[in-house]
Design a protein around this ligand. Structure first.
Ligand code: G1P
Length: 293
């Protein structure tokens, strides 16, 4: 039987240099998209995909993340007194729905290293990994789309997206061929992976986006992976090791992805998420129109 995915790992120890100075004293995962911090979108996606055990890999200066998912007695008491029922519900909902554990990554030594830090908390079972910079608006949560393929093959599954040649060097890139599972042309068998290649060396235009289902052998694979790009231990390189002994699949997911770790991507996500909000969308649309752009 294919073991069930119960846990999701959220690497959150990065320095957020692309968003300085906002991220000097505040974790980038806490930047608010409309009225929720970035990381909460990823956590809600995990919950909607059926995963409630959350492992957050944090670092120095990240205590706001822990506070956010903790119970705030004073705040809840005050909201109760003031009979702000809806706000109280919004504040409580997320911490009620997850079981969260934290582990520290003392030095920012790369994404592979961050995932490895979660090894003891995850144990010998498959798990999801979510990069909260990548915010995905999808009819079916992106993680759920990957889990459906995992449930069929029982192997690691990566989220893939076609990106233009000139942007490819910002991503992990796969060499892959479509398999006949599911809707045609959406599921791929991965043959090779390379982290941030030069455009001319990229094996395809299929980029890895920050959603992964990983089988526990990935930990051993990362452990034997030397530092790669930028002197960091890369998850992509670890997956390349894993590929020697296990098949890896990819899914060209349905949905719109925003790179919210980038200033322009963050603004785009803000506008589109605000427009979709029932309580804000109408007034915000009127405002945008009034700018007469
Ligand atoms: C990370 C991964 C990369 C992947 C990207 C997706 O890079 O290393 O393989 O394509 O996330 O967002 P980062 O953007 O953290 O440098």
């Amino acid at each position: 039987m294919i073991p069930k995915v119960r846990k999701a790992v959220f690497p959150a120890a990065g320095l957020g240099t692309r968003f300085l100075p906002a991220t000097k004293a505040m974790p980038k995962e806490m930047l608010p998209l409309v009225d929720k911090p970035l990381i909460q979108y990823g956590i809600e996606e995990a919950i909607q995909s059926g995963i409630h055990n959350i492992v957050i890999v944090t670092g120095r200066g990240k205590s706001a993340i822990e506070d956010h998912f903790d119970v705030s007695f004073e705040l809840e008491h005050l909201l109760e007194l003031r009979q702000k029922t809806e706000t109280l519900q919004a504040v409580r909902q997320i911490s009620d729905m997850i079981d969260v554990a934290y582990v520290r990554q003392k030095e920012a030594l790369g994404l592979g290293h961050a995932i490895l830090r979660a090894k003891d908390l995850v144990g010998p079972e498959p798990f999801a990994a979510v990069l909260s910079d990548d915010v995905i608006d999808a009819p079916v949560p992106c993680l759920r789309q990957l889990l459906d393929v995992y449930d069929f093959y029982g192997c690691s599954v990566l989220a893939l997206m076609e990106v233009p040649r000139e942007a490819i060097s910002a991503y992990g890139v796969v060499a892959a061929e479509p398999v006949s599972h599911g809707e045609s042309g959406t599921v791929f068998r991965v043959h090779d992976l390379v982290e941030k290649p030069k455009a001319e060396d990229a094996p395809s235009n299929l980029a890895i986006i920050g959603r992964y289902i990983l089988t526990p052998e990935v930990f051993d694979a990362i452990e034997t992976t030397p530092p790669g790009r930028g002197g960091e231990i890369q998850l992509t390189d670890g997956l390349r090791h894993l590929l020697r002994s296990r098949p890896i699949y990819g899914v060209k997911f349905e949905g719109k992805r925003f790179d919210a770790g980038d200033k322009l991507g963050f603004l785009q996500a803000t506008v589109e998420f605000a427009l979709k909000r029932q309580d804000l969308g109408g007034a915000f649309r009127d405002y945008l129109r009034s700018l007469g752009l």
